[in-house]
Design a protein around this ligand. Structure first.
Ligand code: NAP
Length: 272
């Protein structure tokens, strides 16, 4: 068996702690740095990021790039960046790494800390095909040589998650306004979501052909439906920000000539 690389983790929040523990379990010699000194079993804590940079690989898991960037120096040998950011922030950091002779991997964690070290923890990475230590955290998935691609995948999927959770919470509030409990309603929501997901391949294909003719459901009908949903939430005394935002976007597409087209035509508004 070869000698394992030494690894440092910067940031021992919920996720960083889970990553450091996973590295220990995987048999790495782990050094940790956290702004507020923290002891983590079987790791060596250091007082400054510079001391952590002596390791072969430095894993960062900080809240934002604004926090992370000032800490980085060209003493780092290999940087595995797991701090969430935009594709442009990732590309800028990749450029900084190139200019400073630092090997760079950009990764995003599609999991919660409790899923780390399970096959459910997918780690998208880009910019460098060598995933270094990522396999200690879950299932590394290489998504391309542009360093920004991991962040792009992350935010696209999280966007679906936030829209889904927002829609679900709105629905729970609406049902709750008449005393219907989430435990009654949630099974219906789950089977509805399953059904909706089967429509995505066709919708995705249409966004490419841009042939929005439909014999299923015209945008006009959906704009009316969103107006009803907005009014119903208001009538029940609820905040209607989410249905109103969707209504306004769909209505713009309607005004721009897509009233008789399928919902997929809304992408023409989004792409602007
Ligand atoms: N939690 C998740 O489910 C999850 C999932 C996927 C990705 N992520 C990503 O993982 C990263 C960390 O998230 P988290 O959930 O671990 O956050 P968290 O639990 O809130 O921890 C934040 C960490 O950042 C440190 N920190 C905050 N401000 C700092 C500053 N100005 N300078 C230096 N260190 C600072 C904190 O140090 P102190 O202890 O000193 O406050 C703490 O170690 C984020 O980019 C997040 O998007 C998280």
């Amino acid at each position: 068996m070869g000698i394992k690389k030494t690894v440092s983790v910067l940031g021992l929040g919920r996720m960083g702690s889970a990553l450091a523990k996973a590295l220990v379990e995987e048999g790495y010699e782990v050094t940790v740095w956290n702004r507020t000194p923290k002891v983590l079993e079987n790791t060596r804590s250091v007082a400054t990021p510079e001391e952590a940079f002596k390791s072969d690989v430095v894993v960062t898991c900080l809240p934002t790039y604004d926090v992370q960037q000032p800490l980085l120096t060209n003493e780092i040998k290999t940087l595995v960046n797991l701090t969430s950011g935009t594709p442009e922030q990732a590309r800028r950091t990749a450029q900084w790494a190139k200019d400073n002779g630092v090997e760079y991997v950009d990764g995003v964690i599609m999991a919660v800390p409790q899923q780390i070290r399970t096959p459910q923890a997918r780690i998208f990475f880009s910019g460098n095909e060598n995933h270094h230590v990522l396999q200690a955290f879950g299932e590394p998935v290489y998504v391309g040589e542009d360093a920004g691609l991991a962040a792009l995948h992350d935010l696209a999927l999280l966007g679906i998650m936030w829209a889904t959770f927002g829609g679900y919470l709105q629905a729970v509030a609406l049902m709750g306004s008449e005393g219907i409990k989430p435990e009654q309603f949630t099974p219906m929501a789950m089977s509805w979501l399953n059904e909706m997901s089967t429509l995505l391949p066709e919708m995705g294909a249409v966004t490419q052909t841009r042939d929005y003719e439909t014999d299923v459901s015209a945008l006009d009908i959906n704009v009316s439906g969103l107006r009803l949903l907005t009014e119903a939430n208001e009538e029940q005394g609820l905040d209607a920000t989410i249905p109103k935002a969707l209504h306004d976007l769909f209505e713009r597409a309607q005004r721009n000539g897509h009233g008789n087209h399928s919902i997929a035509s809304v992408i023409e508004e989004i792409r602007k």
